[in-house]
Design a protein around this ligand. Structure first.
Ligand code: FE2
Ligand code: FE2
Length: 198
């Protein structure tokens, strides 16, 4: 495991821009703090954090090629926006290159952008840390950082909500996994539908 982690660090040096590398190490560090607060396995969390953006700076054309070579199913949105594939390609890389079979880690990496209904603690922490690590700066980020140390569930929910607000406010697409996650989290919270619905 330690060998994989140091291998990943070397790869990050080769594949990422300096700015992105800074973000990744910031995610690793922030995720570690959250993980410590909730007693999560540090090595598995670190592997997910280090790997999540491994292919984020790869060209769209190459991402598509990698996804196809890996036999991943490419959705229509992904075909138009291949950058969306960077998480799934990174997860598949972990699986093939290092024989990682830890589904919780693989899911965390694959769906770190959209979120996913089957996230475990590692997925939730990575999703949160990716959005609110110290280099991220947007209104309300400080309060999200506080909430996540009070309750991981609530922090995860608020970060998800913030992401959806951001996307809708800018006319950006919502990924189907994000919508599914939103509905699932709200249902668990005893969510309602609009009774005025026609
Ligand atoms: Fe990413
Ligand atoms: Fe990231």
């Amino acid at each position: 495991m330690i060998a994989i982690l140091s291998d990943l660090e070397t790869l990050l040096g080769r594949l990422l821009t300096e700015k992105r590398r800074f973000h990744v190490f910031s995610v690793v560090e922030f995720a570690r703090k959250i993980g410590e607060a909730y007693g999560v396995d540090m090595e598995r969390l670190e592997m997910a954090s280090l790997a999540h953006d491994l292919f984020r700076d790869v060209s769209p054309r190459r991402l598509l090629r990698m996804a196809r070579a890996y036999g991943l199913k490419v959705s229509e949105i992904e075909r138009y926006h291949p950058v969306l594939l960077h998480g799934k390609v990174a997860a598949e890389y972990l699986r093939r290159r290092y024989r990682v079979e830890d589904e919780e880690v693989l899911m965390a990496v694959a769906y770190h952008t959209s979120g996913h209904v089957s996230f475990g603690e590692i997925g939730k922490i990575l999703f949160v840390a990716d959005s609110i690590e110290p280099t991220r700066n947007f209104p309300g980020v400080e309060s999200l950082r506080r909430i996540v140390f009070q309750s991981l569930e609530e922090g995860f929910f608020q970060v998800l909500k913030n992401k959806i607000f951001y996307a809708v406010g800018r006319d950006l697409l919502l990924l189907p996994e994000t919508v599914e996650l939103w509905n699932s989290v709200l249902t668990k919270k005893g969510g309602r539908v609009d009774e005025e619905l026609e």
